[in-house]
Design a protein around this ligand. Sequence first.
Ligand SMILES: Nc1ncnc2c1ncn2[C@@H]1O[C@H](COP(=O)(O)OP(=O)(O)OP(=O)(O)O)[C@@H](O)[C@H]1O
Ligand SMILES: [Mg+2]
Length: 264
Amino acid sequence: MLNINNATKTFNPNSVNEVQALRGINLEVDKGDFITIIGSNGAGKSTFLNSIAGTFILSSGTISINGKDVTTWPEHKRARNLGRVFQDPLLGTCTSLTIEQNMAIALKRGKKRGLGLGVRAKDKLLFKEQLSTLGLGLENRLTDQVGLLSGGQRQALTMIMATMTSPDVLLLDEHTAALDPKTGQKILDITDTVVHRDELTTLMVTHNMNQAINMGNRLIMLHQGQIILDISGNEKKGLKVEDLLERFYTFRGENVASDRMLFS
Ligand SMILES: Nc1ncnc2c1ncn2[C@@H]1O[C@H](COP(=O)(O)OP(=O)(O)OP(=O)(O)O)[C@@H](O)[C@H]1O
Ligand SMILES: [Mg+2]
């Protein structure tokens, strides 16, 4: 359902600042796949997700979603089919608007919008119902400004907003990295519940190897803009952090013990 074919992305081509962030990525994602993505800083993980979202256009290669070639589609045109949650809780929502106004915008994502910020009574019911699944009491705070919420509450709200319209693909870029461990775990639990309930095709970037192993049905590792590991099914179920490190350093021809901090 999501096909990436020989994708490359070079920033600042033919200059001293040239960076080959993606170097020939091929990935076929089945409907309902939940793929965790790991790799060291600068490996190209965010660039990969951004290129799927259309934040920028690939230097070469193609991307298709549900059989449609979206390679040259701008970000706003792809938004209809995509849900996104970023690392920074400030990015997913609008601070000065209320919870219900933010949710109303999310509901209209990718569609023609009216100018008003009015929220229909029918939609309020839907928002309450969605928020109550979080167990955070946000369903009673529909008219509170989002700026009043904690980072974890905002991330939970963003998660609901990103998934409310059942997107074809859900993109999560280290979406719990800025949260304390307990809140982060709560957001991960919500992620797991929503993704499985709605059978969402999901790509989740994380620096936490245990999360990458324990969540989802497939794991890929990026290194210098290429996929160097792709593990799924039973092989993934039995995977241990040690195995991942072993395979990563074997790929690089290095001693396993040389640099364990890489993924910390
Ligand atoms: N807009 C940009 N302009 C120039 N270079 C960029 C741009 N975005 C990313 N890069 C470069 O592309 C490479 C890949 O960056 P990317 O952000 O995709 O890495 P990442 O795997 O997400 O890393 P991290 O784990 O630190 O988030 C890096 O060398 C980065 O400096
Ligand atoms: Mg990144």
